[in-house]
Design a protein around this ligand. Structure first.
Ligand SMILES: C[S@@+](CC[C@H](N)C(=O)[O-])C[C@H]1O[C@@H](n2cnc3c(N)ncnc32)[C@H](O)[C@@H]1O
Length: 292
């Protein structure tokens, strides 16, 4: 199947794509570029961490490369001599290639545009301060390569399509794999605030914190996402409402025991576990907290 990627504008003026296969846009309609800065680069403290002089980033679901691009902009602005290693994982190599065409690439600085082009065209980018590699394939397999290379990340950008569309990458087992590459001081950030995702992160051994809401949000929203770390101290604690969400049926995580099941099989297993559960229903939790 030949896919042509058609840019769609988002509210901050940057562009995204829509995946017919997954039935979902690659970014929030509020702003693709803003999302990359707020939910990934800022949430993983890259400006502060750049002072270390060396940073390793794992970009799970590289897509258009916005999370890597935003990270490089932040690091370059705070410590241009910081040496950065990037490991990106992506299923479909046509996505990064389509994203280096104008107008998509125009919002990044010239040096970051050069990096995005090299990654998209050759799956590598090397400069005096950067070594980036893009691994193409199902992240459940390419993560094995990352583990074998002993890569240990200061920051992990965790950005698959939603659990409904792509449950394979939100399972306890996949988080267990990914967190093997997270430094004790590192942070994993994701846009998801779902209880099932948070529970999977906890079962994989992470402490979790929230990404607080920004200025613009809908009334039913309570968080911009989740940050996980082995070190609880630098995390923004969950509100009581978010903590109670983790006691409901919504907090039953997805499972994929052999890291090889289809989305349908993972959904069926999840539904069966939810139906057998005696936890509070999510609708009752919503009523108690006035969430419509
Ligand atoms: C929400 S988009 C990521 C957006 C991206 N981080 C960016 O800044 O543009 C999800 C991405 O996951 C990729 N993907 C889907 N299934 C995957 C899998 N099993 N392994 C690796 N990547 C996958 C899709 O091709 C898509 O590019």
């Amino acid at each position: 199947m030949t896919v042509s990627w058609i840019p769609q504008s988002t509210e901050d003026g940057s562009f995204t794509f829509f995946s017919e296969e997954f039935g979902e846009a690659f970014h929030s309609h509020y702003g693709a570029r803003d999302e990359a800065f707020q939910k990934f680069a800022t949430a993983t403290d890259l400006a502060e961490k750049a002072q270390q002089g060396r940073l390793r980033l794992l970009d799970v679901c590289y897509g258009l490369g916005y999370n890597t691009a935003a990270a490089l902009e932040v690091i370059g602005a705070t410590n241009p001599t910081c040496v950065v290693e990037v490991m990106g994982l992506e299923l479909d190599e046509t996505v990064p290639r389509a994203a280096i065409a104008p107008p998509l690439i125009d919002s990044w600085s010239n040096s970051v545009q050069d990096v995005l082009r090299a990654i998209a065209l050759t799956h590598h980018a090397v400069t005096p301060t950067l070594n980036a590699t893009l691994l193409i394939g199902d992240a459940r397999q390419t993560m094995q390569t990352v583990i074998q290379s002993s890569f240990q990340a200061d920051a992990i950008f965790f950005d698959p399509f939603s659990p409904r569309r792509c449950p394979q990458l939100w399972t306890v087992e996949f988080f267990q794999l990914v967190t093997r590459c997270l430094l004790p001081t590192g942070k994993l950030a994701t846009y998801s605030r779902s209880a099932s995702v948070r529970a999977a992160m906890q079962e994989a051994g992470l402490h979790i914190g929230t990404i607080p809401l920004g200025e613009t949000h809908l009334p039913h929203e309570w968080s911009q996402g989740t940050v996980g770390s082995f070190d609880a101290r630098s995390l923004q604690p969950l509100s009581l409402m978010e903590q109670e969400h983790l006691n409901t049926r919504a907090a039953i995580p997805y499972r994929d025991p052999h890291l090889s099941d289809s989305a349908d099989v993972i959904h069926q297993r999840h539904q069966q576990e939810q139906q057998a559960s005696h936890r509070e229903s999510t609708s009752s939790w919503r009523r108690r907290w006035g969430i419509c």
